[in-house]
Design a protein around this ligand. Structure first.
Ligand code: GLN
Length: 542
């Protein structure tokens, strides 16, 4: 019998429902339960694929090629599993399906309505996850804030589901904000209102998680309990913290895992907290600290590169290092001597993925600087393409080499649109998406990282290294250390005469997890620490 947990949010958006959902999932997994999860986004976009990462954060790609909300990345990292196409859906995709059914005549002449047709489709999708994966618990997170118009069909659907499966087998978790006034007073009124709003729709939260900047005091807890009808022990706090990986442990300390299992009648089957505790311990007690630069289009404060940041952190865990990130805006990067200043105190450079031409010359400059100064460099997708363009221009004598995404008339299109992309006009879900096998070449830095001949990595791109230039680039000293099994697509390029300069056409960051750091990130950070060490030693010597 599958149990269903529904997570809603109140008062403000961006309150941390995603991390709360991911943390709760982890606690249940630590108790030996099988858990699956789905994120619902109440917007009309069919998926996150064509949404602006600056506004909406990163587009996370699953192994089967879904372009999803970044919360799916949080779930994968916390659960330690791979999710799929079913793990995220939007209002747009639900309507799309219902309208297609209507056009096919599947509704046999009925009037097609919000209730029951849209709500039934929502319920069908959530139930399907429970059926398909034979899990103990399905957690459903509803994006947005209670009271938003666009959330209503989802709220109604989960209300009906809780009734259908029974209140003993369902649980509503509401995440809300306790506001702290400048004088330090905690205010619970907005939270009370958001709970009342939920109650108006027939949903009574079983568990309340209060996001707060200071400990929840007894009087606030008592007040909420009395006025909203939630027993005090089911009111927990989610204190602000810099270390998201610590959150499951904070929740466990407050008894969240116990309370949820008790409410759902789940008997603990195992105790598997040790690994997570050891990981957080490593994270909080690093032996080394180091600085790397991310040279990208979007900088600090955005979630546009969240998986990259997380994967860097994981690379740090594997090397017992705290890796500090300096954000360098690609557009503002200029050549020597200014560039020295931009990379002062930097021990590694990473250029992440991206689209369009903005900032590309800055990224190419960063690759050149890394190559010339023998600083470890890691290029992800667009960052790999920049590595190749730079190498072509300055090492293979291909002046003005470029990607045709940036310059259609370049004399040397070293990066070009993939053949199968040429006839595609639509932008949504039409890239090369999801995981593909890649064959590694022995005696390369990539092989040394993975220690295996064939890997599977996730992609999201339209452009690719142009095979017409392979031999010229090879002769100039670039190794194509990873290629598709038929040899037609270059998946990894690395500079042979360099301590660690590697670019992958795929996005390794999507597969990195705190308990299993990605091999390329692990080796990148190891190279960063070696570089730092050598720099310190030569500085001491001079
Ligand atoms: N814009 C490049 C392409 O489409 C790189 C994509 C990316 O970095 N995800 O190939």
């Amino acid at each position: 019998m599958t149990k269903y947990i529904f997570v809603t949010g109140g008062v403000i958006s961006g309150i941390g429902k995603g991390i709360t959902t991911a943390s709760l999932g982890r606690l249940l997994i630590n108790r030996g339960f099988k858990v699956n999860v789905v994120k619902i986004d109440p917007y009309l976009n069919v998926d996150a694929g064509v949404m602006n990462p600056f506004q909406h954060g990163e587009v996370f790609v699953t192994h089967d090629g879904a372009e999803t909300d970044l919360d799916v990345g949080n779930y994968e990292r916390f659960f330690g599993v791979d999710l799929n196409q079913q793990s995220n859906f939007t209002t747009g995709s639900v309507y799309n399906e219902v309208i297609q059914k209507e056009r096919r005549g599947d509704y046999l002449g009925q009037t097609v309505q919000l209730i029951p047709h849209i709500t039934d489709e929502i319920k069908r999708r959530i139930y399907q996850i429970g059926k398909d994966t034979d899990v103990d618990v399905v957690i459903t997170e509803i994006g947005g804030t209670v009271g938003d118009f666009e959330m209503l069909p989802f709220i109604e659907a989960i209300r009906q589901m809780a009734m259908e499966v029974g209140r003993g087998d369902s649980l509503f978790l509401h995440v809300s904000l306790i506001y702290t006034l400048p004088n330090g007073e905690s205010k619970s009124k907005p939270t009370q209102h958001s709970i009342r709003k939920l109650q108006e729709f027939g949903i009574h939260p079983d568990l309340l998680l209060c996001r707060t900047s200071q400990h929840l005091n007894d009087s606030v807890r008592r007040k909420i309990s009395l006025l909203c009808g939630i027993s005090e022990e089911f009111i927990l706090e989610g204190l602000d913290t810099k270390c998201v990986d610590e959150i499951p442990l904070n929740f466990e300390q407050q008894g969240m895992g116990h309370l949820v299992s008790k409410k759902l009648g789940l008997e603990r089957r195992a105790t598997m907290d040790a690994e997570w505790i050891a990981m957080v311990d490593k994270l909080k007690n690093p032996k080394h600290t180091t600085n790397i630069a991310i040279v990208g289009k979007y900088t600090t404060g955005s979630d546009a590169y969240i998986s990259v940041q997380e994967a860097i952190k994981h690379g740090g865990i594997a090397n017992e290092a705290d890796v500090h990130i300096e954000w360098v805006e690609a557009e503002s990067l200029t050549d020597y001597p200014n560039i020295d200043k931009s990379f002062e105190n930097i021990d590694g450079i990473l250029v992440p993925g991206g689209f369009g031409d903005r900032g590309i010359e800055g990224m190419i400059l960063a690759a050149k600087y890394a190559r010339e100064n023998r600083i470890p460099y890691f290029g992800l997708c667009l960052g790999m393409q920049c590595l190749v363009i730079e190498f072509a221009r300055h090492m293979a004598n291909l002046k003005n080499a470029n990607s045709t995404e940036v310059d259609e008339k370049t004399p040397y299109p070293v990066i070009d649109l993939m053949l199968e992309q040429r006839a595609i006009a639509d932008k949504g879900a039409t890239m090369r998406l999801g995981h593909y096998p890649c064959v590694l070449k022995e005696n390369t830095k990539s092989y040394a990282a993975y220690q295996q001949p064939i890997i599977l990595e996730r992609h999201r791109h339209r452009y690719e290294l142009n095979n017409d230039f392979r031999s010229q680039l090879t002769e100039a000293g670039l190794a194509f250390s990873g290629v598709s099994p038929d040899g037609s697509l270059v998946e990894i390029a690395e500079v042979i005469d360099h301590p660690w300069m590697v670019g992958s056409q795929f996005h390794p960051e999507f597969q990195s997890k705190p308990l299993t750091p990605h091999p390329l990130f692990r080796e990148f950070i190891a190279a960063v620490l070696r570089y730092q060490q050598e720099k310190t030693e030569s500085g001491e010597g001079s």
